[in-house]
Design a protein around this ligand. Structure first.
Ligand SMILES: [Ca+2]
Ligand SMILES: [Ca+2]
Length: 342
């Protein structure tokens, strides 16, 4: 073999080694950066449920629902704060303004990402996230960066199937802890008797030092009318019960309740308007005996003054006694308390 031939052979060999190696290096780096992780365990927790009667007009709700999960590896806390009910979203939409908050921390390893999806099986509804990458003042990102998000806009409600909205966040620099909060306005255009159900899935993926795992916290939010608008469909109460955040107003003109009582019992019925909702109503409250005869009656009149009333009576019959809460005007959330003694 001539020397020149040896040289060119060696060069060819060198190139043939160098090129695949550089390709391999690039491929490996690329793979390390974007390699899909293998999740060895996915745990879906029990859904946290929250519901409320559907109001007619603007009113404060101010309710918090939350979920907490703690294991040997991870602690995840989440809350959904429902701020108010609005009727001015635009385009004839009503809406619930909410704020969602998630914190997660690990004993060892790191948080990999956080994904949140919103689903509703109803065409004319949407979740408005307020442009996450522009309106950052509404967001708390902590150790997270926004990878992607989308929601139905301009009345194109559906993203895919029942998926209304998603946001995907990647953890930065392998943090052991994340803290995140975001606004989400749930807007719906539907008749007043429509019940809406929204499912939210909060997914935290983490590396525990050995393997990747995913934890899913579902939420189910529901808003819709009650079904207690007649004697026949009265909501049954038990003795000594307190019910909060009941609604009357607008389309919901009557709430009926029933309670089984024996003869010669003393009954106290207390009704109070929840004035924190910034809404008040004029209410008539009546009590009927098992034969449908009215036995007690009170009115919460318009104007300032206490927004509560008490009724007391002694039962003279055994059977179902009825309470009717009737709207005089306006709207409000109210608390209803029943106490019975022999
Ligand atoms: Ca009601
Ligand atoms: Ca009702």
């Amino acid at each position: 073999m001539k020397l020149s031939n040896v040289k060119s052979w060696k060069t060819a060999l060198l190139i043939s080694i160098i090129i695949p190696t550089s390709l391999l290096t690039a491929f490996t780096l690329n793979n390390l950066l974007n390699k899909p992780i293998t999740i060895t365990e996915t745990t879906t927790l029990e859904a946290t449920e929250w519901q409320i009667e559907r109001p007619t007009y603007i009113t404060n709700i101010w309710e918090v629902t939350n979920a907490s999960h703690k294991s040997d590896e991870i602690l995840v806390n989440s809350t959904i704060f429902v701020d108010d009910f609005d009727d001015d979203y635009g385009g004839g939409f009503q809406s619930l303004m909410t704020c969602l908050n998630v914190t997660a921390s690990l004993k060892k390893g790191f948080i990999y990402n956080l994904n949140i999806t919103f689903w509703e099986n109803y065409e004319k509804s949407l979740i408005d996230l307020y442009q996450p990458q522009e309106e950052t003042r509404n967001y708390e990102l902590g150790n997270l960066t926004i990878e992607g998000w989308a929601y139905g806009l301009d009345r194109w409600w559906l993203l895919r199937g029942n998926l209304k909205c998603f946001i995907t966040l990647k953890a930065v620099n392998h943090p052991r802890k994340i803290q995140f909060s975001m606004p989400a306005e749930w807007a719906f255009k539907s008749p007043e008797n429509q019940t809406h159900k929204l499912e939210i899935f909060i997914e935290v993926t983490y590396f525990n030092g050995t393997t990747y795992k995913r934890l899913i916290q579902p939420y189910q939010l529901k808003i819709g009318p009650d079904s207690n608008n007649s004697f026949e469909t009265a909501t049954e109460l038990s003795k000594n019960q307190t019910l909060k955040k009941l609604y009357i107003g607008g389309y919901d003109k009557n709430d009926y309740y029933k309670i089984y009582l024996e003869k010669d019992h003393s009954v106290q019925i207390y009704l109070e308007e929840e004035t924190s909702s910034l809404a008040i109503a004029n209410i008539n409250i009546s009590v009927y005996d098992p034969n449908g005869i009215e036995k007690a009656y009170k009115t919460l009149y318009p104007g300032p003054g206490p927004r509560y009333t008490n009724l007391t009576l002694i039962t003279d019959k055994t059977g179902y006694w009825y309470i009717r809460v009737e709207l005089g005007g306006g709207q409000c959330f109210y608390t209803l308390k029943i106490n019975t003694t022999k």
